[in-house]
Design a protein around this ligand. Structure first.
Ligand SMILES: *[C@@H]1O[C@H](CO)[C@@H](O)[C@H](O)[C@H]1NC(C)=O
Ligand SMILES: *[C@@H]1O[C@H](CO)[C@@H](O)[C@H](O)[C@H]1NC(C)=O
Ligand SMILES: *[C@@H]1O[C@H](CO)[C@@H](O)[C@H](O)[C@H]1NC(C)=O
Ligand SMILES: *[C@@H]1O[C@H](CO)[C@@H](O)[C@H](O)[C@H]1NC(C)=O
Ligand SMILES: *[C@@H]1O[C@H](CO)[C@@H](O)[C@H](O)[C@H]1NC(C)=O
Ligand SMILES: *[C@@H]1O[C@H](CO)[C@@H](O)[C@H](O)[C@H]1NC(C)=O
Length: 407
C-alpha cells in the first residue's frame, strides 16, 4: 500500500536531473497508526499473519492479541526503523520465527513474545540485535546453553511466570551486557553456581516467588539489587554474599523458612543500603548478625520470630536511619539497642505489634515517647499495647502513664 506521496524534481543546470521520490506510506488496514505511520497498532484483529505492506517508517509495531503462528522473512522486510515489536498473546509456533525474519530491522531493540502458549522452550532465530526481551507467561522449563546464545546485546530479560526450573551453567555465557534479569514466579529450586557469573554487567537479579533453598553461589559481583522474596531459603551461612561488594538492596522478604543467619552472613556488603528481612523465620539476632553492613540505613526486621535483642544488636549498622521492628515477639527492649551514641543517624523506629511487658524495664521507652519522641521517633506509638503484666494486658500505651510501668 506504499504510495509515492511527493516527488521532488531537482534541476541542476542543464546537465543533471535528479528525481527524488519521498515514499510516504499508508497505514495498513485494518490497523491504526499514530504519529504518521511510525506507530502501528494491529492488536486484537484476529490476524493469522503479520499484515502485508507495513509502512517502511514504522518504529513501533503492536501485534498483540492475534492468532499469528509464524513470522517470516518478508514480514518485516525493509522495516529499517523498527524499534519495538509486540507479538505477545499470539500463537507463535516454536519454529515460528523463520531465519532472518528480523534481519532488516537492525534498529529493533524491544521484542515481546509473552503469552504464546506453544513456547515451552525459547524459539530459535531470535533477533540478535534486541536489547529488551519480554518472554513472560510462557511455559519454558529449561534455559539451556542454546536459548540465548545469539542474543549478545541483551540488557533486559523478563522471564516472569514461566516454569523455569533449570538454568544451565552456560546459559548466560554470551550475556555480557545484561543488566536486568527477572525470573519471577518460576520453579527454580537451585541455580548452578556459575550460571550467572558470565553476566558480568548484571545489576538487578529478581528471583521472586521461586523455590530456591539456598543463596546461589558465584553471583555476578556487579549486582546492585538482589531479590529473593518468597523463596524457601533456610539458612544464610557466614560470608554467603561476600563477593557482592556493590550490592545496594537485598530482599529476603516472605521467607518463613529462613530461620538461621550465621554471624558474618552479610560480611562484604559494604555498600548495602537497604536490607529487607520482613516475614522471615529468624528467631535470633546477635551482635555480629549485621557485621559488615556499615552503609545500611533502612533495615526491615518486621514480622519475624525474634523475641529479644541484645544491647549491641545494631552496633554494626552505624548508618541506620529507619528501623522496622514491628510484629515481632519482643517483650522488652534495652535502651542501648536504640542508643543514638551508637546509632547517630537513627531517626525512625517502628515497634508496634510486639507483646510488650509493660514494667519498669520499659519505663524509659514510655518516657521517651511521652517526653519528646525524637532521636529516634517511635512511629505509631498509639497502637502499641501491653501483653504483660496481666493487669495491663491489652492496654494501649497511650492510655497509661510512665508510673504504670513498674516492677
Ligand atoms: C545462532 O546463530 C547461528 C548462526 O547464525 C545459527 O546457526 C543458530 O541456529 C542460532 N541459534 C539459535 C538458537 O537461534
Ligand atoms: C515483566 O513483564 C511483565 C509483563 O510485561 C510486567 O508486568 C512486569 O512488570 C515485568 N517485570 C519487571 C520486573 O520488569
Ligand atoms: C512448577 O510448579 C508448579 C507449582 O508448584 C507445578 O504445578 C508445576 O508442575 C511445576 N512445573 C514444572 C515444569 O516443574
Ligand atoms: C566468591 O568468589 C570466589 C572467586 O570467584 C568464588 O570461589 C567463591 O565461591 C565466591 N563466594 C561466594 C560466596 O559466592
Ligand atoms: C552513611 O550515610 C552517609 C549519608 O548518606 C554517607 O555519606 C556515608 O557514606 C554512609 N556511610 C557508609 C559507611 O556507607
Ligand atoms: C527534643 O528533641 C530535640 C531533638 O533531638 C532536642 O533538640 C530537644 O532539646 C528535645 N527536647 C526535650 C525537652 O528534651
Amino acid at each position: 500500500m506504499a504510495s509515492v506521496g511527493a516527488v521532488a524534481v531537482l534541476v541542476c543546470g542543464l546537465v543533471c536531473v535528479a528525481v527524488v521520490a519521498v515514499s510516504q506510506s499508508d497505514c495498513p488496514r485494518p490497523c491504526h497508526c499514530w504519529k504518521g505511520t511510525t506507530q502501528v497498532y494491529c492488536n486484537r484483529l484476529d490476524l493469522s499473519s503479520v499484515p502485508a505492506d507495513l509502512p517502511t517508517d514504522a518504529e513501533v509495531l503492536d501485534l498483540r492479541y492475534n492468532a499469528i503462528t509464524t513470522v517470516s522473512r518478508h514480514d518485516f522486510a525493509g522495516l529499517h526503523s523498527l524499534r519495538s515489536v509486540d507479538l505477545s498473546l499470539n500463537q507463535l509456533k516454536i519454529t515460528g520465527i523463520q531465519p532472518g525474519a528480523f534481519d532488516d530491522a537492525a534498529s529493533l531493540r524491544t521484542l515481546d513474545l509473552s503469552q504464546n502458549k506453544n513456547f515451552n522452550v525459547l524459539p530459535p532465530n531470535l533477533p540478535p540485535q534486541v536489547t529488551h526481551l519480554f518472554f513472560v507467561s510462557n511455559k519454558v522449563v529449561h534455559i539451556t546453553a542454546k536459548s540465548l546464545v545469539n542474543l549478545t546485546e541483551l540488557v533486559y530479560i523478563n522471564f516472569s511466570s514461566n516454569q523455569v526450573s533449570i538454568i544451565d551453567s552456560d546459559a548466560f555465557a554470551n550475556q555480557q551486557k545484561l543488566e536486568e534479569l527477572h525470573v519471577e514466579s518460576n520453579n527454580l529450586t537451585y541455580i548452578q553456581p556459575s550460571a550467572l557469573k558470565p553476566a558480568s554487567a548484571l545489576k538487578t537479579a529478581n528471583f521472586k516467588n521461586n523455590h530456591l533453598t539456598h543463596v546461589p553461589l558465584d553471583l555476578p559481583v556487579s549486582l546492585n539489587n538482589l531479590d529473593f522474596t518468597a523463596n524457601q531459603i533456610r539458612h544464610l551461612p557466614s560470608k554467603v554474599f561476600s563477593n557482592l561488594t556493590d550490592l545496594q538492596t537485598l530482599v529476603l522478604f516472605q521467607q518463613p523458612s529462613l530461620v538461621t543467619i550465621s554471624d558474618g552472613a552479610f560480611l562484604g556488603l559494604g555498600k548495602l543500603q537497604v536490607l529487607d528481612l520482613t516475614s522471615t523465620g529468624i528467631d535470633r539476632i546477635t551482635g555480629s548478625t549485621f557485621t559488615g553492613l556499615g552503609g545500611v540505613w533502612k533495615l526491615f526486621l518486621s514480622c519475624t520470630r525474634v523475641s529479644s535483642l541484645p544491647a549491641g544488636a545494631f552496633q554494626e549498622t552505624k548508618n541506620l536511619t529507619t528501623l522496622y521492628l514491628d510484629g515481632n515477639l519482643l517483650t522488652t527492649l534495652e535502651p542501648a539497642v536504640l542508643d543514638t551514641r551508637i546509632l547517630p543517624r537513627l531517626s525512625n523506629v517502628v515497634l508496634s505489634g510486639n507483646p510488650w511487658t509493660c514494667d519498669c524495664h520499659l519505663r524509659w521507652l514510655k518516657e521517651h515517647i511521652d517526653n519528646n519522641n525524637t532521636a529516634p521517633t517511635v512511629e505509631t506509638p498509639d497502637i502499641m499495647t501491653c501483653e504483660q503484666p496481666p493487669s495491663l494486658k491489652g492496654r494501649f500505651w497511650r492510655t497509661l502513664t510512665s508510673d504504670d510501668f513498674v516492677c
